[in-house]
Design a protein around this ligand. Structure first.
Ligand code: CP
Ligand code: NVA
Length: 313
């Protein structure tokens, strides 16, 4: 308990070597899960999950994942804990981290999770903030590697690739930029005016890992992967109507997919709105890997939790 814990608050908290390890290990952990082979290195460990926003995938993947690894889970929300009654984050972190081994938080500002982590005795994982969603990008990259690469040399297939981001310059977009910067690929970013990515938030400099396109179709040209997300993220619901109008041309459709490489994949972190950010024929079409992407949250996060608590095997 005296050592400073390793936190996973944004994608850049780990190195390229760590990611290479995590992807190869995720393939093993996934194989064992599919074969009903027990993998319980976290027996007697407890994960606290704190949700200040709604979730389906994040909750079930962390909760099921922890049980599958022999551990236990405590689920807290703002409404049913003192977090909603203004107990300081620092005090909450000190108390919660004396009772559990690991904490996962989904909240609003990144500064909240940073303040929690600064006062936590145990590793803290970002389960989504307004700024970042690193667990999702971990799953997305693993999915790409499974489909287009080799899990034993996982980073090779990412080098030099082009990811087209069509939509909001949000938490997912910021995290894609961080991943591109660290792992050597390029993101073609197309957002409506006023919804651009903020490279200061992502912490990337220049146009080395991303290129900006005003036309979403242009952004998709030559892409190895086309991806998008909801027009209105959680916490921004008051802007729903304005965004609906601003984003009307940022719907991933079959013309955009046709502009990408012939073997391009389509991803969406889900939940999706067919007819808004993506056409049904794309998300339900042959290039879409969204169900693998969702399932892989389970496998990569089990690997991440094992890594944060026990290190590399
Ligand atoms: N993609 C994702 O994080 O889904 P949930 O909001 O359902 O957790
Ligand atoms: N950008 C979305 C992702 C949901 C998983 C949001 O923050 O609501």
């Amino acid at each position: 308990m005296s050592q400073t814990p390793t936190h996973y608050l944004q994608f850049t908290d780990l190195t390229a070597d760590d990611y290479a390890y995590l992807f190869t290990r995720s393939a093993l952990i996934k194989r064992k899960f599919k074969a009903y082979e027990k993998h319980q290195p976290l027996t007697d460990r407890t994960l606290a999950m704190i949700f200040e926003k709604a979730s389906t995938r994040t909750r079930i993947s962390f909760e099921a994942g922890m049980y599958q690894m022999g551990g236990a889970v405590v689920h807290l929300t703002t409404g049913d804990s003192q977090l909603g009654r203004a107990e300081p984050i620092e005090d909450s972190a000190k108390v919660i981290s004396r009772m559990v081994d690991l904490v996962m938080i989904r909240t609003y500002e990144q500064t909240k999770i940073e303040r929690f982590a600064a006062n936590s005795r145990v590793p803290v994982i970002n389960g989504l903030t307004n700024e970042f969603h690193p667990c999702q990008i971990l799953a997305d990259l693993f999915t790409f590697i499974e489909h287009r690469g080799d899990v034993n040399n996982p980073l090779d297939c990412l080098k030099g690739k082009v990811v087209a981001w069509v939509g909001d310059g949000n938490n997912m977009a910021n995290t894609w930029l961080q991943a591109a910067d660290l792992l050597g690929f390029t993101v073609h970013v197309s957002t409506p005016g006023g919804y651009e990515v903020n490279q200061a938030v992502a912490g990337v400099s220049g146009n080395t890992c991303f290129k900006v396109f005003t036309d979403p179709l242009q952004a998709c040209h030559g892409a190895d992967l086309v991806t998008t997300d909801v027009w209105t993220s959680m916490g921004y619901e008051a802007e729903n109507e304005t965004r609906r109008q601003a984003f009307a041309a940022w719907c991933v459709d079959s013309t955009m997919m046709a502009a990408a490489k012939t073997d391009a994949l389509f991803m969406h972190c889900l939940p999706a709105h067919r007819g808004e950010e993506v056409q049904a024929e794309v998300i339900d079409g042959p290039q879409s890997v969204v169900w693998d992407e969702a399932e892989n949250r389970l496998h990569v996060q089990k690997t991440l939790m094992e890594f944060l608590l026990l290190g590399k095997y």
